[in-house]
Design a protein around this ligand. Structure first.
Ligand code: ATP
Length: 312
């Protein structure tokens, strides 16, 4: 099975408003509250792609119970570590013709005891997993290299571990002796890790940045570029991926959907070009949907046939 990890999940609340009044009252009639966090976006898309999956992480309080209940409603298997704190809420106010104002809680602090308890649970789950995805930020209280501890546990259990995090957490994870199997840095993160600029118009600059010794032992490096597709290094091969132009409705979560596609295709033993095409197709389909972490499987083949993977 595929195991997805969201260490800091949330309840995502969406408030659509014609216009946002600051320092006044805003009344809202249509509210949506859904389990959120990058790993839960990955999980929903994996479920839409079909196949066996379990999602895990830390949850607590009544908001944690709400997440469990909502996942039960869609038959998405979960096995969370309970914590004393309360799972966070993240609010997105959609207003004034396309503006999005977000209010994001940082989430509960994880105790040393819960941190260790989760490692034990994760070790048990990893034994049943062939592929593991880990997404998002680290909650407060965990060691900076907590992801590397999980990667080691996952790898020792025989699973490939895809890590989709950002900023300093990504840099720490990459500079650690225990490496993930796949990462998806953006252009700035490649620069922060390697010190090299990515000039996307110049294949030699892409190759030189992605062959930096700091990235050497990571099998899959994918730099996704929104509507411009992606460039990737897989072992010693470089690829340029182009995607069709579509009517993008809501690209939020396209990166998570891409990770879901990669995880599914890798788990199915597909060759590199098909893995890249599957990931990109999921990213494009998510951008075409109004929901975050959502694809229409009926449109999969049509988009997949228009994604092109070329040697760089
Ligand atoms: P997020 O953090 O919102 O999940 P990201 O920055 O990690 O996104 P992106 O590069 O924006 O990831 O998107 C991942 C993939 O999704 C792209 O490589 C592309 O295939 C697809 N995608 C993203 N935005 C668009 C768009 N506007 N139109 C079509 N496809 C898109």
């Amino acid at each position: 099975m595929i195991l997805t990890v969201t260490l800091n999940p949330s309840i995502d609340v969406s408030y659509p408003l014609d216009s946002l009044t600051i320092d006044g009252v805003n009344r809202i009639s249509e509210v949506s509250k859904t389990p959120g966090g990058k790993g839960l976006n990955v999980s929903r898309v994996l479920q839409q792609l079909g196949g066996d999956l379990v999602t895990t992480g830390f949850i607590g309080g009544q908001f944690g119970d709400f997440i469990r209940h909502e996942l039960d409603q869609i038959n998405l298997k979960h096995d969370y570590q309970n914590i004393d704190g309360q799972t966070r809420t993240c609010i997105a106010i959609l207003h004034d013709g396309g503006k999005q104002t977000e209010i994001l809680e940082s989430g509960p602090e994880i105790s040393a005891q819960d941190s260790q308890a989760f490692k034990n649970k994760f070790a048990d789950l990893a034994e049943q997993a062939s592929t593991i995805t880990m997404s998002g930020s680290l909650p407060k209280g965990l060691a900076k290299d907590y992801y590397n501890d999980l990667i080691k546990i996952g790898q020792d259990a025989g699973a490939r571990v895809l890590l989709d995090t950002s900023g300093q957490t990504l840099t720490t994870a990459v500079n650690h002796p225990v490496k993930p199997y796949l990462i998806k840095p953006n252009e700035e993160e490649v620069k922060a890790i390697t010190g090299s600029e990515l000039d996307l118009a110049d294949p030699e600059s892409i190759k030189s940045a992605l062959t930096d010794p700091s990235l050497d032992e990571i099998d899959w490096l994918v730099v996704s570029l929104g509507k411009d597709g992606a460039v990737a290094k897989v072992d010693d091969h470089f690829y340029q991926v182009t995607i069709p132009t579509v009517q993008a409705v809501n690209p939020v979560g396209s990166g998570d959907s891409t990770i879901a596609g990669f995880a599914k295709a890798l788990d199915d033993g597909k060759p590199a070009d098909e893995v890249l095409k599957t990931g990109m197709t999921c990213g494009v389909l998510n951008a075409m949907s109004s929901k975050t972490g959502d694809i229409d499987p009926d449109q999969f083949d049509e988009i997949y046939s228009q994604v092109e993977v070329e040697d760089l």
